[in-house]
Design a protein around this ligand. Structure first.
Ligand code: INI
Length: 160
């Protein structure tokens, strides 16, 4: 039988940074609360969480990357909400934020799950930030947990 690996959803003794965009704070605060709730409910301690506010989604990748580079966090979660209609460049902002967060993870080896939500309408935004469609901050935190434990297993291969 092939060996199957999947990361445990366990945040005990792990540390996390949550980078959250202040732009559209009405929504992003809900994303942050969802992420923190997920981490605490899965064993993280408040002392092991850092919440870092940045101006907008565009600034999320830089903070995510620098925090990941410190080596002090098992995962860094970037959260933001880009709402179509706020400006004509919402697609640029989303693209840069998404690519930047992915690049941070690949460059550092630290899991940096994607919590950048894009929404066409305010209704969609509300649905993704803690109502009908759940909370994408919670989802990102769960992805962080799983990846932290998957990466731990992968690292363990190096010492075998
Ligand atoms: N930032 C967001 O987080 N969400 C948006 O919807 C948004 N729009 O649409 O403009 C947005 N723009 C600001 C951007 O992220 C930067 O903070 C700003 O351009 C300064 O660099």
């Amino acid at each position: 039988m092939p060996q199957e690996i999947s990361g445990a959803l366990d945040a005990t003794d792990r540390s996390f940074a949550v980078v959250v965009a202040r732009f559209n704070e009405f929504y992003t605060r809900k994303l942050m609360e969802g992420a923190v709730d997920a981490l605490l409910r899965h064993g993280a301690s408040e002392d092991d969480l850092a919440i870092v506010w940045v101006p907008g989604a565009f600034e999320v990748p830089l903070a995510v990357r620098r925090l990941a580079e410190t080596g002090r966090f098992d995962a860094v979660i970037g959260l933001g909400l880009v709402l179509k209609g706020d400006t004509a460049h919402h697609e640029v902002v989303t693209g840069e934020a998404v690519h930047g967060v992915a690049a941070a993870a690949l460059a550092t080896g630290v899991p940096c799950p994607l919590g950048i939500v894009s929404a066409e309408t305010m209704e969609q935004a509300i649905e993704r930030c803690g109502s009908k469609q759940g909370n994408r901050g919670w989802d990102a935190a769960m992805a962080a947990l799983e990846m932290v434990n998957v990466m731990g297993w992968i690292r363990s291969l190096e010492s075998r």
